[in-house]
Design a protein around this ligand. Sequence first.
Ligand SMILES: [Fe+2]
Length: 383
Amino acid sequence: MRGWMSRSKVSRSAGKVAVSRADLQDLVVDARGRTFEIVRDLSDEQLRVPLVRTINPFLWEIGHVAHFQEYWVLRHAAGNPPVRSDGDSLYDSAKVEHDTRWNLPLPSRAETLRYMEEIRDRVLDRINANSFDDSRDTYFVLLSVLHEDMHDEAFLITRQTLGYPIPAGLRVGDAPPVEKCVNEDVKVPAGEYTIGSTSEEGFIFDNEKWAHNMKVPAFRISRSLVTQREFLNYIEDTGAAHPHYWRRGDNGGWFRRHFDQWLPLELDRPVSNISWYEATAYCRWARRRLPTEFEWEIAARRGGCEQMFGSVWQWTSSEFLPYAGFSEDPYKEYSSPWFRTHKTLRGAAWSTRSRMMRPAYRNFYTPDRYDIWAGIRTCALES
Ligand SMILES: [Fe+2]
């Protein structure tokens, strides 16, 4: 399993995140570089996107990524004045309503890119400053890097949603890898297991706190993800609607849209881009069930399952809820607004940065979302 950062890069002592300043600068440069890589090739025409509930205008979203970093690292933590007087009124996602983002006096593409570079460079300088606090300030730099990673995945989702091509020269994982399907369960005995994160685990989000023990009955979880073949069997058997990005060709064969390409189904690949409702309906047909997020986390820590990380996100049966004793971290809008209305997903997709891949990391979406690279791992009904 790939940790989100190697131990040599991040460790904690006395509850503080410790990363060398050089490594921290590398992370800032890497995340901003990835953002540029994903949006650089878009034409002015492609930058203008239709008003769709699940996406944001590219020009707004790249400015938002830099503004978020400026807000937390340079203003909140370091006490600097704003770089742009209109930054908060344009880019604060908690204040600027989604639909409003299409009608803002946004700076030009060139000006937005300059702002993104300027903030990056100011943050690099800040990390070098004598007054930089290696615990408190490091936390906010890492928060901004991981926030950017999440938006980078969202940029790819936007490109998939709109049928744009895969970014030219994307370095990592152009598509979910083909994996041999092993129809077999991993048996996990009943016991008391650790769920959540401790202060020893590097940067963690508020919704993972804190590690606690949970009594869990025995369960059996599938070693592999549900494949396109299995999902096709389900829709052909039941007449259920096909996944949103699938269509039938003139010759009767099935195709899946991957960015701007229609590809024949590759039946041994994991099924992806299905909603929680579709995942649940599939399980009913297969006489299986989705794992709870806790079962998933236990299985991830024990090992034995394949493609837990880096293929597709995996829906769980769990509602996204706070753990006992939850309290918000400084970025209050990260988790709290979404409890109870979202389902939890675990793992990570091919489009996710490896530093996000941890057993305790909780992703969350509303159950109708089919636009994300999410698929299914099932559990047996009987243990
Ligand atoms: Fe954001």
